[in-house]
Design a protein around this ligand. Structure first.
Ligand code: PEP
Ligand code: MG
Length: 873
């Protein structure tokens, strides 16, 4: 049986509907976006076939089983109505059931059409209607209605399955279609799908009934779609397709045979076949762009040379196209800049900064993990940092594949085009470093079995890869792909720069960068970072020559020997800092004193120990003893950060001297310089007092020695819950607090940032955590600590600078939290700076508008008044 009203529940109700005319009361909130868009097209004098809008409440009634009088709707379509029904949700992106065409098709209509287009074409149309009605409305099996069946077969199959003849009456057909679409909207899958796209639970559906413009006749006839941009690049370009009726042959063309709109190498294009209709189509396109304030894809038909516009939807587009379109609409005065900024998802910008996998090409995914650093790269597999460096030296692109990475791998990560790890989460070592370097990275691909010794990689589907095999890493999607794939280049063009400048003007929270090297700092400056918010100095010690000196320092028996080794490191550090000061040209540079445990600088394998013994001319046993002496059960909670600074003060003394001497040199040359020094892993006020007194003494000594004055700020990195709780007493000694939310999240949850990836998926899936807290700041727990700390600290020092420098600094939701908490800036890795800048701009713009996001663009257009008619009612 066809879907019909429930017995007993049937209530005769007059069906409300409105013809879509220029003056009708059609509202997005009552009739949906499609109905409103059609009204706008009508108001633009476009040749839209007669259309009728059913409001949300009517569609709800239909779904609830109320009887509907469709004959009344159809009466307005003439004696032999032939109509389509299209869904019209409040927001086009929420989707809805598919459009149904040719309702009203029956034997009589078929005979009539045969006189116009021939029996074969008319039968084809009838057949397609019977098929789509049977499958979409009567919900019969698709397999029963194969492409090659005849009209007679299809009607027979329908009758057999439904135990009643195919409905002939247009009104009966329309009733069934409306009911089926209304109920499809209420289905669980449809509900979940649209809620995933942001639809509220109560989202409703409107429907549009439209006279069919068949594109059939004796002259030039056909149907097609057109858009005026390339959906991948966003560049102006007329693209689309047109299916000609193929007169004389009586058959209808398939999609594959569709003609191009312009310049078709296979024969005359639409432009050549029908120049007048084509010119009209182009003119309508231009008017739609300025009046609807968007790049639209237009569905049309040509009937005996006459154009009809059936529908218009926003052109689906890539991220790079979204930026280009937004900028071009704003430049043409169609939308204000603020709205252009609101139209691009911040996260989408990450895709513009790196090469991307072209999704239209074929891909062969062999593993999935966490998308830890965006972009994509292809190269040959290597299993250790040394092999990566060797490959890079030969100019070969390589992908570093590791169980997980450690500081020893940094050079290898520099040399590799991408990184893939079996373990780790979004703040694991591999993830943090890769983002900093802008190297695509997938972590936590736990289905892989990596055998570094035999240099093989086994996948869960039984495949095996060897060193030298070519793979591609897609760090934007978290996929590892076999072989090479088609890539799109980065899009850091003038349009992108302009967009970022607009974001800069609109944003009102500072965006700095976490940059450790001059290369990172250069990149971040190019992306508009307002300073360095975190320079992790330990990364400067992993160059081969420095590592040796570092290790000599670790093996020193006396303070004097340690001092001597540090004396050799000092000029190197001074050079590092000088370069950073020069690149940042007077913008603040916040340098974090040495943070990791010393054993990170010691070898982990027997081979490594032997090599070190050789290099240092020491017995293996001595090296092993030292490694053992420095090893800790839980190094991340052990002797690192300020604890090392207090127990081995020579390291911080050396770093402070290097910072101040570099600052003095730059100042002496007449350039501005703003050094900031940050103490990591603080948990007690006394730690700050001890370190501060030595740093202040070093600064005075350098000032006297160099004969130049310079300013500097001292701050504390709040990474332990205790530092957050005791922020009041700590604030007394410093001028800034920067929240290291990676460690703070780790310690607040008691959850290892390096291992959480193993079960994070399950936890998020089962709703234990709403999101990975290393990715999106946990507002309830960690956030509360931030607020407590901020309040206690500012009660002591009103002018204290507050910031976040953990990975959350690049996350839009976390930036919103920091901004509302009155923080001064956030700091994130260089490649996330543009994302953060746009997120900050959007937050500031949103605050201007009174309500939620759906109304922001309306508000902007009404209040910043620019462009075409703001037809939002
Ligand atoms: C942090 O802990 O948030 C931080 C920025 O430091 P790191 O990631 O180097 O531990
Ligand atoms: Mg930390």
């Amino acid at each position: 049986m066809l879907p019909s009203s429930r017995k007993g529940a049937a209530v005769q109700k007059k069906l409300a509907f409105s013809e879509i005319t220029a003056t009708a009361d059609i509202q997005v909130r009552r009739h949906g976006a499609r109905a409103k868009c059609l009204q706008r097209l009508v108001r633009l004098d476009m040749p839209v076939p007669r259309s009728v809008a059913l409001p949300f409440e009517a569609v709800r009634d239909i779904a609830a089983g109320h009887d509907i009088d469709t004959a009344e709707i159809l009466r307005s379509f003439g004696e032999f109505p032939l109509v389509s029904v299209r869904p019209s949700a409040e927001t086009a992106d929420w989707g809805g059931p598919g459009t149904l065409l040719n309702i009203g098709m029956n034997a009589q209509m078929c005979d009539h059409l045969a006189t116009v287009v021939g029996q074969e074409a008319a039968n084809q149309l009838y057949l397609r209607f019977v098929q789509s009605f049977s499958v979409e409305v009567a919900r019969l099996d698709e397999e029963e209605f194969a492409d090659d069946q005849t009209l007679k077969d299809a009607l027979h199959t329908y009758e057999l399955e439904m135990e009643e003849p195919f409905p002939e009456s247009a009104s009966e057909q329309l009733t069934a279609v409306l009911r089926s679409m209304a109920r499809a909207w209420e289905g669980t899958t449809a509900r979940l799908l649209r809620q995933a796209k942001g639809a509220p639970p109560e989202a409703a559906l409107g429907l549009v009934v439209q006279r069919m413009a068949l594109g059939l006749g004796t002259g030039e006839c056909g149907s097609g779609v057109v858009q005026f941009i390339d959906p991948v690049t966003g560049l102006p370009q007329i693209t689309g397709r047109y299916k000609n009726q193929a007169q004389g042959r009586g058959g209808l063309l398939t999609d594959r045979d569709a003609l191009y709109l312009t310049r078709d190498p296979r024969g005359p294009s639409l432009e050549e076949r029908c120049p007048a209709a084509f010119a009209e189509l182009i003119a309508h396109g231009a008017r739609a762009r300025s009046a609807l304030r968007e790049e639209m894809q237009i569905e049309f038909t040509v009937e005996d040379g006459d154009l009809r516009i059936l529908d218009a939807v926003r052109v689906p587009r890539s991220s790079r196209a979204a930026v280009r379109v937004a900028v071009s609409l704003a430049r043409d005065g169609v939308i204000p800049r603020e709205e252009a900024l609101m139209r691009v998802e911040p996260q989408a910008l990450a895709e513009l900064l790196h090469p991307q996998v072209d999704r239209s090409g074929a891909t062969d995914v062999f593993a999935r993990g966490i998308a830890a650093s965006p972009g994509a790269a292809t190269g040959r597999i290597v299993f250790n940092a040394g092999a990566a460096q060797a490959a890079a030296a030969k100019g070969e692109a390589c992908i570093l594949v590791r169980h997980e990475t450690s500081p020893e791998d940094i050079r290898g990560m520099h040399a590799a085009k991408a990184v893939l790890t079996e373990r780790g989460g979004v703040t694991s070592h591999a993830a943090v470093i890769a983002r900093g370097l802008g190297v695509p990275c997938v972590v936590g691909a736990s289905s892989l079995q990596i055998d570094s010794r035999n240099r093989t990689l086994a996948t869960s589907d039984g495949r095996s890869f060897r060193e030298g095999d070519t793979i591609t890493i897609n760090g934007s999607s978290g996929e590892a792909l076999a072989g090479e794939v088609v890539m799109l280049p980065p899009a850091l063009d003038e349009v992108f720069q302009t967009f970022m400048e607009w974001a800069e003007d609109a944003g009102d929270i500072g965006i700095r960068t976490n940059s450790d090297t001059p290369a990172d700092a250069e990149t971040a400056s190019r992306f508009g970072a307002q300073g360095i918010g975190l320079c992790r100095t330990e990364h400067m010690f992993f160059d081969a020559d420095r590592l040796t000196v570092m290790r000599e320092m670790i093996f020193a028996d006396t303070s004097a020997d340690r001092q001597a080794a540090l004396e050799r490191l000092m000029p190197m550090q001074r050079g590092d800092f000088r370069q950073l000061f020069e690149i940042m040209q007077g913008k603040p540079v916040c340098i974090r004193l040495f943070d990791p445990p010393l054993n990170e600088f010691l070898p982990k394998t027997r081979d490594g120990v032997r090599q070190l013994a050789e290099a240092m001319d020491l017995p293996v046993s001595r090296i092993t003893r030292r490694v053992e002496a420095l090893s800790e059960f839980n190094p991340m909670l052990g002797m690192r950060g300020v604890r090392l600074g207090i127990t081995v003060p020579e390291i911080y003394d050396m770093q402070a001297r290097a910072i101040f001497e570099a600052a003095a040199d730059v100042a002496l040359e007449g350039h501005p310089v703003e050094p900031e020094i940050m103490i990591p892993l603080v948990s007690a006020r006394r730690e700050v007092e001890l370190v501060k007194s030595r740093i202040d003494a070093t600064a005075s000594a350098v000032r006297t020695h160099r004969g130049v004055d310079f300013r500097y700020q001292l701050g504390v990195m709040v990474e332990t819950p205790r530092a957050a709780l005791r922020a009041g007493e700590i604030a007394d000694h410093v001028s800034f607090l920067s929240f290291g939310t990676n460690d703070l999240t780790q310690m607040t949850y008691g959850l290892s940032r390096d291992d959480a990836g193993r079960f994070m998926g399950t936890y998020v899936q089962q709703g234990v955590y709403p999101e990975d807290p290393f990715h999106t700041l946990d507002i309830d727990g960690v956030g509360e600590l931030l607020l407590i700390a901020a309040e206690r600290a500012r009660a002591v020092r009103k002018d204290l600078t507050l910031s976040v420098c953990g990975e959350h600094g690049g996350n839009a939701e976390s930036i919103a939290f920091c901004r509302s908490a009155g923080f001064d800036y956030v700091s994130c890795s260089a490649y996330r700076v543009p994302v953060a800048r746009l997120a900050a701009a959007q937050l500031a713009i949103s605050e201007m508008a009174p309500k939620g996001r759906a109304t922001i663009s309306q508000w902007i257009t009404k209040h910043l008044r620019i462009g075409g008619p703001a037809d939002f009612d």
